[in-house]
Ligand binder design. Structure first.
Ligand code: NAD
Length: 506
């Protein structure tokens, strides 16, 4: 079925944060919109908020005054659900409770025509469950928008067990016509984004629990090396520790306590203490003008090495070391099946393979290891995290710090956490994405699009895993599983299969 045409009427039930945003984008695409809320003044207030937001766009020259007036006048506030009778599509954005949503759709079925599409903006409830008692369950679909709706372009189009294919196609096409990026997903806990994103928070919380580094350094590593717009801990402060913890608990319980989604004791303690983040003035950080921002830990200047030996295939390090051409540092090459840099005949340096540097040194006797965290772009990254084996002295590690500083990078030395910070997070994100694909929740392309458009990741986790090498990703996860002995790090069968087939995921 094609997209709805702009003359067709769109209904929105619930004029809160999400409903107001949905009404705005539908009206912006030319539809007449009926906005209904149980609270008498809610729809009118939502329209005033939309108008104020549009006024700012007029001031910035991104919209004309005539367009602003036309857009708001297309949204009609309603006090009676019967006024939604002529809608071709009604999108519900009321409280996140199954009984409330079922009652809303039952009422809507009474007043709308048989061809009307009914959509829920639920972020956690089953579309199949919401539809269970409807007379026309095949007309119900999920349309999961992201906050703020006018700015976030992802829409997860969720299919319940009985949703009609034509309904899905029409909603998909309509979302596209509204300038959004729809992705299709089956009704399963967390859909795509709220499921695949869990490790983004969970691995950071785990790293803090294991004392790998401090909060500001961890966030700086994820921003500067990982290329994420915000660090995971500052993001939980923005979302609200209680809200983020509740989503994790909901996904954990919905998957029958799969250890992969185990909530964090560190976060629970913040919630219990009322340290909810920005909204309470304190979470991981303190939000007060009296408190100076915490700076990430950055290593003091150190002298660069005198000699670097590129052991094995030099290609991965060639571009990184290019800026050293013409310097006094001696660079040699040594054939080997292995691949690492030997620095001043003191330490071996390579990207983490999921083992701690200490374990790697015990496994592979010789010079102690110093390991590098993953970076979105190793050559361009402004910061890099390293961890040294317990067998290495500070004097052993100093030339590595000096080398990376000479290459223009701020260096954050963290404790010897297996898989470090960015690497373990990206591998776990890719693992969860692969598992969602393996279980038929969505396509691999949908995982990557959803995470880029829904939560602004700098690269889709599956494409990122492929650029690392799927074999390396599996090795990191296997090493984490071996170290911790926890099912949390078990490798998705699809990832292992892709490695065995020598193929890829996308
Ligand atoms: P909100 O509290 O801001 O707004 C809900 C509105 O629904 C209120 O105005 C309330 O008066 C109205 N309402 C409640 N019961 C009603 C009923 N029976 N009939 C008509 N109106 C009713 O909530 P929100 O943040 O906009 O969330 C709405 C839905 O969207 C929830 O299902 C939520 O899980 C989902 N969602 C929220 C976000 C987010 O970031 N806020 C993101 C994605 C999805």
């Amino acid at each position: 079925m094609p997209a709805l045409t702009p003359e067709q009427v769109i209904g929105v039930v619930g004029a809160g944060t999400m409903g107001g945003g949905v009404a705005q984008i539908a009206a912006a695409s030319g539809h007449p919109v009926r906005l209904f809320d149980l609270r008498e003044d809610a729809a009118g207030s939502a329209i005033s908020r939309i108008d104020t937001a549009l006024a700012r766009l007029v001031v910035k020259g991104r919209m004309s005054q005539a367009q602003r007036i036309a857009l708001t006048s297309r949204i009609q506030p309603c006090n009676d659900v019967a006024q939604l009778g002529d809608c071709a599509l009604v999108i519900e954005a009321v409280a996140e409770e199954l009984a409330v949503k079922r009652a809303v759709f039952s009422d809507l079925e009474q007043v709308t025509g048989p061809d009307a599409i009914l959509a829920s903006n639920t972020s956690s409830l089953s579309i199949t469950a919401i539809a269970a008692e409807l007379k026309r369950p095949e007309r119900l679909v999920g349309m999961h928008f992201f906050n703020p709706v006018p700015l976030m372009n992802l829409v997860e189009v969720i299919t319940g067990l009985r949703t009609d294919e034509g309904v899905i196609d029409s909603v998909f096409a309509t979302a596209t016509a509204w300038g959004k990026h729809p992705v299709r997903a089956r009704s399963t806990p967390g859909f795509i984004v709220n499921r695949v994103a869990r490790p983004f928070y969970a691995e950071a919380l785990r790293a803090i629990q294991e004392q790998a580094t401090d909060v500001a350094t961890l966030d700086a590593i994820m921003r500067d090396c990982g290329g994420f717009r915000m660090g995971p801990l500052e993001l939980t402060d923005l979302i609200g520790q209680d809200v983020n913890f509740a989503v994790t608990c909901a996904v954990f319980n919905a998957f029958y306590q799969d250890p992969r989604f185990t909530p964090s004791l560190v976060q629970q303690e913040l919630v219990l203490g009322g340290l909810l983040g920005r909204k309470s003035g304190r979470g991981f950080y303190q939000y007060s003008e009296q408190v100076d921002p915490i700076e990430p830990r950055t290593a003091a200047p150190a002298a660069p090495p005198q000699r670097i030996t590129m052991v094995g295939d030099p290609r991965p390090f060639q571009a990184l070391l290019d800026p050293l051409a013409g310097e006094t540092i001696e660079i040699r090459h040594q054939d080997s099946q292995k691949q690492f840099l030997e620095i001043d005949e003191r330490v071996r340096l390579a990207v983490t393979d999921g083992r701690s540097a200490t374990q790697r040194t015990a496994d592979e006797p010789g010079l102690p290891w110093v390991v590098l965290d993953l970076a979105l772009d190793l050559d361009a990254t402004p910061r890099i995290a390293i961890a040294a084996a317990d067998q290495a002295s500070e004097a052993d590690t100093a030339p590595v710090i000096g080398l990376l500083q000479r290459l223009g990078k701020a260096v954050s030395v963290i404790d010897d956490l297996p898989g470090m910070i960015v690497m373990r997070t990206v591998c776990m994100l890719a693992n969860e994405g692969a598992d969602a694909v393996n279980q038929g929740v969505c396509s691999a392309a949908a995982v990557d699009l959803a995470m880029q458009k829904g939560v602004n990741y700098p690269r889709g986790p599956l494409a990122w895993a492929q650029s690392i090498g799927l074999g390396s990703v599996v090795q990191v996860l296997d090493n984490l599983a071996g170290t911790y002995g926890e099912d949390r790090y078990r490798v998705s069968p699809l990832l292992r299969r892709a490695v065995a087939a020598g193929g890829n995921l996308l």
